[in-house]
Design a protein around this ligand. Structure first.
Ligand SMILES: *Cc1c(COP(=O)(O)O)cnc(C)c1O
Length: 523
């Protein structure tokens, strides 16, 4: 019998547990659940009020003639349906979320309480500005924190996610080039191979051409390749560089990279999604950055798992500050906050407007609440603990797994699949983690590492929790190294097993249709 590192039986036990079939379809206390359309029928109704008498339709000839076909359910049926579904979800409030390049950290409940204060939660973006001075002050104070933490003189608060912040930064760069009369000639944007997919996508969306830079053996920008790309430099608009990068490493040559780009006449866009790892230790403004988005939902709590909302304020250097989008908040000499909303006056060089209103107000409240409750020293410690936790995982697993690069990492530990026996792949390890009660790590990203496994624990996990996770992963890794074929069938205990994710993405079935019973009967 094979044992895991805790001395418990592994494969045979999990296979036999998986083989247990139940009459109800439920497993343990996890209830089996069908689709709403299968549970309810259009003929059933959740309420038993009598049809009102003498009620005349006021719809004239436009009343629907066919039924909506929506299923009717009683209240407890509906409540249980969603409760049962929610139990199948993995959540940051349930356990460690090892996804790399995502920063899934705990969201202090205090933030939620603050975001729901009626003065923030119940206001409308079209209210007269005199009635929302407190909200505008909050946006202004958060903006000040972001400028101080990054040492950048200007910030656009309105972008609604990281990718949207990238768009904001690259549109400002495009506007600056147009102002210089080089809008048509400087079209090339340099992007490292390891970049998050949103970087090249943003550049292309802004009309630029992407030119890939190689990674060196240390997982950083290959300086020789960069210099070669800059030789013919009069068409370079800029570089989009992530720091710490998506291999979880600090770009040690970043100052030289900034100088080279500036000498070539380009701008330096920094993808700041990984700012959590360096807050309070490094100020991007000191590194020569011209524009950088900050994912409030990765650095200042409010994890974005489950679809949002995000928020991507973008900070700017003096060179790009004139081009930032409207609206932004200004404080008058008399202490009144006003929104600058039009491209004229002080904002006459602005590239325009990206969103209808001012950005994600609820996220601003959460982020400022997080910042104020941590204080400058607490923010710095969060960054340091995030890096410490990732290095702990790397140190605990490096003897059984294969670290992608030598040396310490920043906020995430990256492994390749070099340690696995023939036939066992990254996906098998990820799926086996589900049986152990963990959401899988990020896999096959970044692309520069074969069979990549990217693990970001964040600062919010305790040593005990990290150990539990490492015990599970270590045991799976040993089985992978030994070529344990039962891994190919994992997960055994999850309600959904190996899904055809490509087909689900390419050919999504978005509409439920009843099974054609006549056909079944005919057969
Ligand atoms: C998350 C992430 C993004 C995109 O941010 P969203 O808020 O998801 O749009 C961009 N770059 C990197 C490196 C990221 O990790």
């Amino acid at each position: 019998m094979s044992m895991n590192t805790m001395g418990r039986p592994t494969a045979p036990a999990s296979v036999s547990a998986a083989a247990i079939e139940t009459v109800s379809g439920s497993r343990g206390l996890l209830q089996h659940e069908d689709l709403l359309f299968e549970i309810g029928t259009p003929e059933t109704t959740g309420v038993d009020l009598p049809k009102p008498k003498g009620l005349k339709s006021r719809l004239g000839g436009v009343a629907r003639k066919v039924d909506t076909g929506l299923p009717g359910l009683s209240e407890p049926q509906a409540v249980r349906h969603y409760m049962r579904l929610s139990q199948r979800n993995y959540a940051i409030d349930l356990g460690l979320f090892p996804l790399g390049s995502c920063t899934m950290k705990h969201n202090p409940r205090l933030n939620e309480k603050m975001a729901r204060l009626p003065g923030f939660g119940d206001i409308h973006p079209l209210q007269p500005q005199a009635t929302v001075q407190g909200a505008l002050q909050l946006i202004d104070e958060l903006a000040t924190w972001l400028k101080v933490l990054t040492n950048m003189p200007s910030v656009a608060m309105s972008p609604k996610a990281g990718a949207h912040g990238e768009l904001c930064g690259m549109l400002a760069i495009r506007q600056a080039l147009i102002a210089r009369g080089e809008g048509e000639t400087r079209k090339r944007v340099l992007v490292p191979e390891s970049a998050h997919g949103t970087n090249p996508a943003t550049a292309v969306q802004c009309g630029f051409i992407v030119d890939e830079i190689k990674a060196d053996r240390r997982g950083r920008v290959d300086m020789a390749d960069l210099k070669a790309k800059l030789e013919k430099s009069d068409d370079v608009a800029g570089i989009m560089l992530t720091n710490p990068n998506t291999c979880g490493l600090f770009e040690t040559d970043i100052r030289e990279i900034a100088d080279l780009i500036h000498q070539a006449g380009g701008y330096f866009y920094c993808d700041g999604a990984n700012f959590n790892a360096i807050v309070g230790r490094v100020r991007p403004g000191d590194l020569g950055v011209d524009a950088m988005h900050i994912n409030l939902h990765k650095t200042f709590s409010t994890p974005h798992g489950g679809g949002g909302p995000g928020s991507g304020p973008t900070v700017f250097s003096e060179a790009l500050a004139p081009y930032v989008p409207v609206p932004y908040v200004n404080k008058d000499e008399d202490g009144i906050y006003r929104l600058v909303e039009h491209v004229d006056g002080d904002a006459s060089e602005s590239f325009g407007r990206m969103v209808a209103f001012h950005g994600q107000m609820g996220m601003f409240v959460r982020a400022l609440s997080y910042i104020l409750s941590h204080g400058a020293d607490g923010l710095k410690q969060a960054a340091e603990d995030a890096v410490l936790n990732a290095n702990y995982i790397q140190a605990r697993l490096k003897h059984v797994m294969s670290p992608a690069f030598d040396g310490y990492c920043m906020h995430e530990a990256l492994f390749s699949d070099a340690f696995t026996a023939d036939g066992i792949e990254t996906i098998d390890i990820a799926k086996a983690l589900i049986d152990e009660g963990y959401h899988p790590m990020t896999m096959y990203f970044p692309l520069v590492v074969h069979g990549a496994m990217l693990i970001e624990p964040t600062e919010t996990e305790s040593k005990a929790e990290l150990d539990r996770f490492c015990d599970a992963l270590e045991s799976i890794a040993r089985r992978a190294a030994q070529g344990d074929d039962t891994l190919k069938g994992a997960p055994y205990l999850a309600p959904a097993k190996r899904l055809d994710e490509t087909r689900a993405a390419r050919k999504p079935v978005l509409k439920w249709a009843p099974e054609d019973t006549s056909k079944v009967a005919a057969e």
